[in-house]
Design a protein around this ligand. Structure first.
Ligand SMILES: [Fe+2]
Ligand SMILES: [Fe+2]
Length: 128
């Protein structure tokens, strides 16, 4: 059944790209990076802090942890995008690894221990 959900998820990604293209939302790489930085920054400065506060107030530990993980990882995404934007003219092919527990994203190799959630290196997946 997992394959069906992955197939549908891939199809939804095709739809999302088509919708974004129709909206004129796909521009130059520099513009796309700036837009991505703005989105991530909004998430870690405003969106997730409010959600973390609300989850904590409700005593919903699972939601609070999930939002905290995402909040930390959005900061990393903004940094990685900023780095790419700063080096747009001299970009080298980089490998990325994603923590399957919290989504922490890093360059070149998986860390021994995830700095956000503490998962071991084996929990990381290399991005194709
Ligand atoms: Fe992100
Ligand atoms: Fe992690």
């Amino acid at each position: 059944m997992a394959k069906l959900f992955r197939a549908a998820a891939e199809a939804e990604t095709v739809h999302a790209h088509a919708h974004l293209r129709a909206l004129g939302g796909i521009r130059s790489t520099a513009e796309n990076l700036k837009e991505a930085i703005a989105g991530e920054t909004h998430e870690f400065k405003n969106m997730y802090p409010a959600m973390i506060e609300e989850a904590a107030a409700e005593g919903n530990k699972a939601a609070e942890r999930s939002f905290r993980y995402a909040n930390e990882v959005e900061k990393v995404h903004a940094e990685l995008y900023q780095k790419a934007l700063d080096n747009l003219d001299s970009l080298e092919e980089t490998d990325y690894y994603v923590c399957s527990v919290c989504g922490y994203t890093c360059e070149n190799e998986a860390p021994e221990k995830c700095p956000v959630c503490g998962a071991k290196a084996g929990a990381f997946n290399k991005v194709d």
